[in-house]
Design a binder for this molecule. Sequence first.
Ligand SMILES: *Cc1c(COP(=O)(O)O)cnc(C)c1O
Length: 361
Amino acid sequence: MPKASLINKLFRKEVLALSAYKVADASGLIKLDAMENPYSWPEEIKNLWLESIKECQLNRYPDPEAKQLANTIKRVNNIPEQFEILLGNGSDEIIQLLLMALPPNAHVLAPDPGFVMYKQLSQSLGLTYHGIPLLTDSFDLDLPAMIAAIEKHQPSVIFLAYPNNPTGNLFNTKAIREIITKAAGLVILDEAYAPFADASFISELPNHANLLVMRTVSKLGLAGLRLGYIAGDPAIIEQLNKIRLPYNINILTQASTDFALNHHSLFDQQTAEIKVERANVHDQLKQLEGITAFPSAANFILFRTPANQADNIFAAIKKQGVLIKNLNPQGGLLKDCLRVTIGKPEENSAFLSALRNGLLS
Ligand SMILES: *Cc1c(COP(=O)(O)O)cnc(C)c1O
């Protein structure tokens, strides 16, 4: 084993200071922690899919530009003709690519609480990250604070998740437009939860040269394939393409995502069911004494427990076989907060009864 002194000498100090992104072990548990779609495909669709990947040439490198898939994505998402897209191994990889392209003294800004990878990846690359607190009650953007931070730090990149993770709300659109207009750098609208939101900035791409819209197929129901994309000005996408690894989207992901997006009605049905269940779970949470459930335009719900009970309630729910996400350790606005992903009706019922028991204990 190498000595600690060697490790310390080898690696950048910001890498040494990081902790790895941890994923909880869900074996044997009802998994409502990671915003996955709970539904699989009907047998006949599975068979059609297997048929479609049969001809994939695993001995050959994949198309480095994934042209067929890129065209399908543009068509299915109504991305205006004049914009280019870049595909990533999940949108996580796209966030990393964007940040890798920045100079070492660059600043990155996002609302807080927000998606953890913005901060994690900024820090791993030695960039300066600023988390600007959301408003306490609504989790909406604090526009004056955002504008002040933009003027002070001149961020190269601003990330706005729309809807936001982990709070689930859609930020005020006027505030978003104001931020895009005031920012000299890029503004990334991260629409990971677009399938559940009925709201998007894709149609606003032509209005702002510094706007990029990022999406993923993960939350839609293809988390295992690892495919994200970002749409924006071709001159910006061209720069990102230079640092992208040539074969970042493997052949099975290219073929399978293309197949799935060409059978889009399947997901329309599933997301409609998830949205109905989201309303049901929200109603039931609201009726629980001591619980505050926040409105959600995504496939999860953030809720607050009575003070200082979140850790115990989380553990009690887990003990009853349901894994959700405990956000209380993150503190700040997330103190006493837990987050549940919307699952199948029977999974949601299991969660709700586990929560009721947890509140009593
Ligand atoms: C889940 C999530 C992502 C990551 O998506 P992948 O494509 O699976 O990497 C990005 N942004 C937000 C806000 C998310 O919640």
